[in-house]
Design a protein around this ligand. Structure first.
Ligand SMILES: [Zn+2]
Length: 355
């Protein structure tokens, strides 16, 4: 099915309408308010096949149709904001020796060793999913739109890798959403700024790549303008050289105003090719990823520092954690008097480097 028509179907569904496939076309029943909004009948047939539209009188609805553009715009303005709860694990947590082995394998702690100290408890770990529509303007008449998305683990503030995102997107969702508690919403809100910065940086890179072609056109247009004004100025100069004094003065004045006009024109061309991008966020999900919080001690000699890691069943891995001392998302490190990371424990990294 045409992606535009598929989007339209799910849009109708979300707005309380009904769709029923019959052969090569689909019957659509719209609530009166929606039908009015789009200036469509309450009940009609749609198709993405031009032949079917011609023969059966169904409305040809495919990407680019004004109704789809209106629906997309309406969906974007309403936004898609909410809490998505992934289905809870169907099996119990792995046992403590297994968890201990996995956490030791996965999490590196400088100078420290991790011991599991108790039974895991069920947690839902918040992840922020931010989606945006980015409009790139490469010149006055060259625009592109693309969708960007960023997933951030709210606990650590780290961006999730594409393979992790793919697994979370594919993970089954809970039938009933858990109401998100205020700390969850706070953690997710705190990650929004970072997610936006990541999207902005990605859009900037993309814009630079896209504007490569536009800058060729920019150079050409600038060169044409320069050549044109150089010709005009040369001709004025030739005429001035052989003119009588009154006429020569007039031609000098014209040359001066031509030079001013050239500056204005070149500036106009530069503005025309000034690349910009605009980020329009349309999706903000707090995704609750079910897991087990595993209490541990990070041990260095006789010193023990209590800590915890979250085992995420959908990923079969522990979530990364922030440094409990400075909040950085760096490798943890145990010193003789506290637990920190290689960023905040002076010399910790150097010791590792020389060890
Ligand atoms: Zn630290």
């Amino acid at each position: 099915m045409d992606p535009g028509l598929r989007f339209w179907m799910s849009y109708v569904d979300a707005r309380g309408g009904l769709t029923e496939r019959s052969g090569d076309s689909t019957l659509v029943v719209l609530p009166p308010a929606v039908a009015g909004e789009f200036d469509l009948p309450d009940e009609f047939m749609v198709t993405d096949e031009p032949d079917v539209a011609r023969e059966d009188g169904a409305v040809l609805l495919a990407t680019g149709h004004p109704v789809l553009i209106q629906a997309a715009d309406s969906a974007l303005s309403h936004g898609d904001v909410g809490v998505v709860t992934l289905a809870p694990p169907t099996t119990p947590a792995p046992d403590s020796p297994q968890l201990e082995q996995r956490v030791r394998d996965q999490v590196q702690v400088e100078h420290g060793k991790i011991d599991v100290t108790g039974l895991p408890t069920r947690v839902d770990r918040p992840v922020l999913r931010l989606g945006a529509l980015v409009t790139y303007s490469l010149s006055a008449d060259e625009h592109y739109q693309e969708r960007l998305e960023c997933w951030i683990d709210a606990g650590s503030g780290r961006q999730l890798a594409p393979d992790v995102v793919a697994r979370l997107r594919a993970a089954p969702r809970a039938e009933r959403a858990t109401p998100a508690r205020p700390p969850v919403l706070e953690a997710v809100s705190a990650a929004v700024g970072r997610a936006h910065a990541i999207l902005d940086a990605a859009a900037e890179r993309r814009r630079t790549a896209l504007s490569g072609q536009a800058s060729d056109a920019h150079r050409r247009e600038r060169a044409h303008a320069r050549d044109y004004y150089a010709d005009v100025l040369r001709s004025l100069e030739r005429r001035r050289a052989s003119a009588d004094p009154d006429r020569a003065e007039l031609l000098s004045a014209r040359a001066a105003s031509t030079r001013e006009e050239r500056s204005r024109r070149l500036l106009e061309i530069d503005e025309k090719y000034q690349a910009r991008h605009e980020i329009r966020p349309f999706r903000l999900h707090a995704v609750l990823v079910p897991g087990w919080r595993v209490p541990v001690d990070v041990r260095r000699g006789p010193r023990r520092y209590p800590f915890a890691f979250d085992w995420l069943a959908a990923l079969g891995a522990f979530a990364e954690e922030r440094c409990p001392h400075c909040g950085a998302a760096a490798t943890l490190s145990a010193s003789k008097n506290r637990l920190g990371c290689i960023d905040c424990l002076p010399g910790a990294g150097a010791v590792a480097a020389t060890a």
